[in-house]
Design a protein around this ligand. Structure first.
Ligand code: GCU
Length: 445
């Protein structure tokens, strides 16, 4: 066969590309396994070259140019990749869900709020069941139906408040009676992270459940998780391929919302979700999966949340799987092997943020939280912005993160709060102001 000049050039170009690709993977592999075997790196100078996948480029190489094309083709494609590679399949709805009012108080915060607790029972036709308890606060002195903040809480609902009448929940986590008793003593432990009175005074309803009631946060949590609605004991005794605890927790946020919006005083069209740290990763995935959520508040979510996986600053996917082992159930099993080579993942986390478009997302980092890679969290929001632009929404415009305590953006917003890894009042104040603008919440005094 005779080759013309242009075929020879093409072959030469292909060979060059292969050679360069080989060098790149040699460098990164060397980097992972020799330069920083398992020690976290906080130095941008030692960061490997970061080449992010293009959110607007479909798997078949086609470029997305319209919001409609994004919604119809690229969004479902990316959603499927995130299910397959990171968070597992989204659990379905149970055959039946029943709500039972367990308690009601009208005198909370001197009458500023009504508090209701619900037992939420999930049942399958074959008799399998699971349940959780939701605590819902509704403002009495603000216009109603009120917009809603929904989320999961660490420990249990009793950790939200000093009020002894709020039920102890989250008891599926401790696995001995002694630990259960000790766990029940954690009343008010998380009250500074969930300033319910402030939320109420700002005109919002809020609803929470314990994340342990959805999936106890331990490696063998499967047996007492929602997955027992669909899987038998043998399957639950090991990790279930293709599913994850973050997938279960995100499902749980949607079920908290379902419960809250059964109440006429809660507005089912103005919903924000919120989560911190591992529950920040969860809030982002929940926001992506549940399109009723108009705003996802993603607090200090770090690796596997808003932070870009390819930067390898602070926590990495591979340390999460092969060092502290959270990965073994927080994420789907297929990520274990792939976590060693984040540079080869078909997605990075800016594409997860982009899946919120055109809905709002607010990402927060904390100055002392280097483990979560604040800059990587910011850059995810920045690199998600071209997708927002398809919808005529500007997103973030500067590749440089803002200085501490200076929020930027509207529909896509970011705050670099001074302080430690935590959900604090300053975080809530920003999330609430983003929600005010988005939901046109009238100012209350
Ligand atoms: C660990 C973990 C993080 C996680 C955090 C938390 O630090 O490495 O990925 O976000 O716990 O949830 O508190």
């Amino acid at each position: 066969m005779k080759m013309n000049r242009s075929s020879l050039l093409l072959i030469f170009a292909l060979l060059l590309e292969l050679l360069l690709a080989g060098c790149k993977s040699m460098n990164t592999t060397q980097y992972y396994h020799e330069t920083i075997p398992w020690e976290p790196n906080f130095d941008e100078q030692k960061m490997p070259p970061v080449v992010l996948p293009d959110a607007l480029k479909c798997l078949d190489g086609r470029r997305v140019r319209t919001a409609e094309d994004w919604q119809q083709h690229r969004r479902p494609e990316l959603l499927r990749i995130f299910e397959e590679t990171m968070y597992g399949k989204r659990p379905p709805m149970p055959d039946h869900v029943e709500y039972t009012l367990l308690s009601e108080r009208n005198d909370v915060f001197d009458g500023q709020a009504i508090r209701r607790e619900f037992l939420v029972e999930f049942r399958m036709d074959d008799g399998r069941r699971h349940d959780m308890v939701v605590v819902l606060y509704i403002p009495t002195r603000a216009p109603r139906p009120a917009p809603l903040f929904a989320g999961l809480v660490f420990q249990g609902n009793h950790a939200l408040t000093d009020d002894p009448s709020v039920r102890v929940t989250g008891q599926r986590y401790p696995n001995t009676p002694e630990k259960r008793a000790e766990w029940g003593q954690r009343r008010g432990h998380w009250k500074d992270s969930y300033p319910i009175q402030t939320i109420i005074e700002r005109g919002y309803a809020c609803a929470f459940a314990s994340y342990h009631d959805i999936f106890p946060d331990r490696i063998d949590g499967w047996t007492e998780s929602i997955y027992r609605l669909w899987f038998d004991e043998t399957a639950l005794s090991a990790r279930i391929p293709g599913y994850s605890s973050i997938g279960a927790w995100a499902w749980g946020i949607s079920r908290v919302i379902d419960c809250a919006v059964t109440q006429p005083e809660v507005d089912g069209t103005r919903i924000a979700c919120i989560g911190h740290s591992r529950l920040g990763k969860t809030a982002l995935w929940a926001g992506v999966c549940d399109e009723r959520i108009g705003l996802a508040c993603v607090n200090d979510s770090g690796c596997g949340g808003a932070a870009l996986s390819r930067r390898l600053i602070g926590e990495t996917l591979f340390s999460m799987f092969h060092k502290n082992h959270f990965g073994e159930f927080w994420f789907t099993d297929s990520l274990a092997e792939r976590s060693l080579h984040p540079e080869d993942l078909p997605v990075d986390q800016h594409e997860l943020v982009a899946l919120m478009a055109p809905r709002a997302v607010s990402i927060h980092s904390a100055t002392e939280d280097t483990w979560a890679d604040p800059k990587g969290e910011y850059l995810s929001a920045y690199y998600a912005s071209p997708v927002y632009r398809l919808f005529g929404i500007e997103g973030l415009t500067s590749p440089e993160p803002p200085p501490p305590d200076t929020p930027v953006g509207e529909t896509v917003s970011y705050l670099f709060r001074t302080g430690r890894h935590a959900l604090q009042l300053a975080d809530w104040e920003h999330y609430l102001s983003v929600a005010d603008a988005l939901f046109n919440t009238p100012k209350t005094e």
